[in-house]
Design a protein around this ligand. Structure first.
Ligand code: SP5
Ligand code: ZN
Length: 360
């Protein structure tokens, strides 16, 4: 007999999030099993239901909410690339069952020349994608779009006066930038929710990203803005961890956004004490700046058992993180990473219970 701990918590869920099955990832040139699997969502849904949360369906939202943070070309690419890949015979003639890029238009390749849209789908595949791990296949777009609707529906609940709402979405989003996708992320669900909250009248938003990895996409989207603070704690990219090139402490924002970006890189092996101290540091920023609503990028891959990060956070650590963040104000929690199927459910339930229990 378990004690329901999430009574009254709205969990927004869209069945279409299950359609995306990357069927692996190409890592260091080799096709591997991959960890961002549909089963993650099933596990979370079961755990949250068991804990007494109220599951509510994701509602469709217009594309303008996506286009408020992403370039139209990226959205169009994600919408069309699989159909073109299939129609052009990459599956039937060459056995390439997923879209995997092989050429990337880096600044060094372009040398200052304008971006092109290559005629061949295998050339175009790398235009917006920055790694080989973020594959597109049948059903990917439906899930990508459903994940955004899930985050938007959760944002609506908080905009309407709710204190907490949770978006049970996949694929995750925080590595997706204005015109770039990677890191198992395609559209930035958390950034889309944050911008929707701005549009519904909240003047100042704080995004707190507790996924084990730096949310380079969210940072890029809001880097020059003062109205959306971005704070992240994550395994130090300088110690050899994804996303390698971004997520350093000296990235503090630019222009109007100078000072509104905070990165707290953590050494591999960091456990509850160091991790929670960093969260408290981000919370202090938010209290000082003020925020009308908080978006939490709720990845639970900093947990000790997770295969994708070397951080060592416990289930109790996640609960205490929820208590710290929930005290800041209304919260939209958006699911990001978290890959250990055996512990995933308990970690998210703990974090959400902490948010619910927080004293505001
Ligand atoms: C949302 C999110 O958590 N994205 C994680 C992206 C980091 N992925 C890095 C993957 C590195 C390769 N993993 C290989 C695991 C051992 N096979
Ligand atoms: Zn992560």
């Amino acid at each position: 007999m378990t004690t329901p701990g999430l009574a009254g918590l709205p969990v927004v869920w869209g069945e279409d999030c299950l359609w995306h099955d990357p069927a692996g990832e190409v890592w260091l040139g080799v096709w591997e099993q991959g960890t961002e699997v549909p089963e993650r969502a099933r596990v979370l849904l079961a755990a949250l239901t068991e804990a007494g949360a109220t599951v509510t369906g994701a509602l469709p939202h217009a594309d303008d909410a996506l286009l408020a943070v992403h370039d139209a070309e990226l959205v169009e690419h994600l919408l069309t690339i699989w159909a073109q890949w299939e129609a052009d015979g990459y599956v039937s003639e060459y056995g390439r069952t997923r879209v995997v890029p092989y050429v990337f238009p880096t600044p060094g390749l372009l040398g200052g020349l304008p971006m092109r849209s290559p005629a061949a789908a295998h050339g175009r595949a790398g235009r917006f994608c920055y790694d080989t791990m973020t594959l597109v296949g049948p059903g990917s777009w439906e899930a990508i779009r459903a994940a955004a609707d899930t985050a938007l529906t959760a944002a609506d609940l908080v905009a309407a006066g709710g204190r907490i709402a949770y978006a049970l979405c996949r694929p995750p989003g925080h590595h997706a930038g204005p015109a770039a996708y990677g890191g198992s992320c395609y559209l930035n669900n958390a950034a889309i929710a944050a911008q929707a909250l701005r549009r519904s009248g909240a003047a100042r938003i704080a995004v707190i990203d507790i996924d084990a990895h730096h949310g380079n996409g969210t940072q890029a989207i809001f880097y020059d803005r003062a109205d959306v603070y971005y704070g992240s704690l994550h395994v130090d990219p300088g110690a050899g961890w994804f996303p390698h090139y971004v997520g350093y402490a000296d990235e503090r924002g630019a222009g109007q956004g100078a000072g509104a970006n905070r990165n707290l890189p953590l050494a591999p092996g960091t456990g509850d004490d160091g991790w929670l101290a960093a969260i408290e540091g981000l919370c202090a920023d938010v209290r000082e700046r003020g925020a009308d609503a908080v978006v939490v990028s709720l990845g639970v891959d900093a947990a000790a058992a997770d295969p994708e990060s070397p951080l060592r956070v416990s289930a109790d650590g996640y609960r205490r993180a929820g208590e710290l963040i929930g005290a800041l104000g209304p919260v939209v929690a958006v699911q990001e990473g978290g890959y250990d199927l055996l512990t995933l459910g308990g970690l998210v339930v703990g974090a959400l219970a902490g948010l619910l229990d927080a004293r505001t």
